[in-house]
Design a protein around this ligand. Structure first.
Ligand code: URA
Ligand code: SF4
Length: 258
C-alpha cells in the first residue's frame, strides 16, 4: 500500500509508467494499450450491416432509461444498440463505484483494458486516477463513482463522435439522477467538450465551476494526458482541491439536481 507521500510524489514528480505519446492535442487522452487487443470480429456475433441501431423510438427510449433503477441499469446498457459502438465493443462499461457518491468522475470512453473487463479506468490511466483519488483520501468504491461519456469502446480509441455521446447521454443522465453527486469532474478535453458542448481548451475551462444540468462540474486533465505531461500534474492536483471545495459548498444532498 502506497503511503500518502508516495502518492503525492507520484502525482507531482515521477511517473513509474508512461503511455506512449501520441499526437493528440492539449488534454486529449491517448489510451495506448500494452498490446493491441483489437481482434477480428469476423466470427463474433456482429450485427448485420443493415441492422438498425436505433430501432426503438428515441423519446420512448429516453423515458425508459430515465426511469431505470440500479438493479436494471447495467443489463439495459449491455443490451443497448443505440449507436454503432455496439458493433465493436466486447463488454459494455456502464460505470463503477459508490452509488451514493459525492464525486462523479467522467472520462471519455472505455479503452481496450476497460472493454475487456467491463470496468472504467482499469488500465494505466486508471492507476493514476486511483492514485489521484488516494491523495484525496478517496477510493473508487467509496464516495466516488466513475463513468464515461460513452459506455462502449470507440474503435482504436478514437474520440467519441457527438452523435454517439448524444445516443449514450440518457445513461449518464440517469446515473447523475440516481447518484446525485455534489460535483462532477470531467476528465480531459473530450469529456469536457461533450458535456459542456464547447470547443474551449482545458486550460480555459479549468479552475471554474461549470454546471451540467444543475450539478456543479469541474474540468481537469485526463490521467492519460498527465502520464505524459508531468508539469500539468500539479495543476490537476489544484483542480481536485478546487473540486473538493466545490463539493463542500454544494447544497445538501441532491438539491442541485434538476
Ligand atoms: N480513458 C477514459 O476516458 N475512460 C476509461 O474508462 C479509460 C480510459
Ligand atoms: Fe448504447 Fe452508449 Fe454503447 Fe452507444 S455507446 S451502444 S448508446 S451503451
Amino acid at each position: 500500500m502506497a503511503t500518502r507521500d508516495e502518492i503525492l510524489r507520484e502525482l507531482r514528480i515521477a511517473p513509474a509508467w508512461r503511455l506512449k505519446v501520441d499526437a493528440a492535442a492539449n488534454g486529449a487522452p491517448a489510451r495506448v494499450e500494452p498490446a493491441d487487443r483489437d481482434r477480428s470480429r469476423g466470427a463474433a456475433p456482429a450485427l448485420p450491416a443493415a441492422a438498425a441501431f436505433d430501432a426503438e423510438d428515441p423519446a420512448a427510449r429516453r423515458a425508459r432509461i430515465a426511469a431505470l433503477e440500479w438493479n436494471a441499469f447495467d443489463a439495459d446498457v449491455a443490451a443497448c444498440r443505440a449507436c454503432k459502438l455496439c458493433r465493436t465493443r466486447d463488454k459494455v462499461v456502464p460505470g463503477v463505484g459508490d452509488r451514493e457518491a459525492e464525486w462523479l468522475f467522467v472520462g471519455e470512453g472505455p479503452g481496450a483494458d476497460e472493454d475487456a473487463k467491463g470496468e472504467p479506468f482499469v488500465g494505466q490511466a486508471g492507476r493514476l486516477l486511483d492514485a489521484m483519488l488516494a491523495a484525496l483520501a478517496l477510493r473508487r468504491d467509496r464516495n466516488v463513482y466513475i463513468a464515461n461519456v460513452v459506455k462502449c469502446r470507440p474503435p482504436n480509441n478514437r474520440t467519441p463522435e457527438s452523435s454517439e455521446a448524444d445516443a449514450c447521454r440518457p445513461y449518464l443522465e440517469r446515473q447523475i439522477a440516481l447518484i446525485r453527486p455534489k460535483v462532477i469532474v470531467a476528465l480531459g478535453k473530450s469529456a469536457a467538450s461533450l458535456l459542456l458542448a464547447t470547443d474551449a481548451t482545458i486550460g480555459s475551462l479549468r479552475g471554474r465551476e461549470h454546471r451540467y444540468r444543475g450539478t456543479p462540474l469541474v474540468v481537469t486533465y485526463h490521467p492519460a494526458y498527465l502520464l505524459r505531461t508531468l508539469p500539468d500534474k500539479a495543476k490537476a492536483w489544484e483542480d481536485l482541491l478546487f473540486a473538493r471545495r466545490v463539493a463542500a459548498s454544494a447544497p445538501p444532498d441532491g438539491a442541485s439536481v434538476g
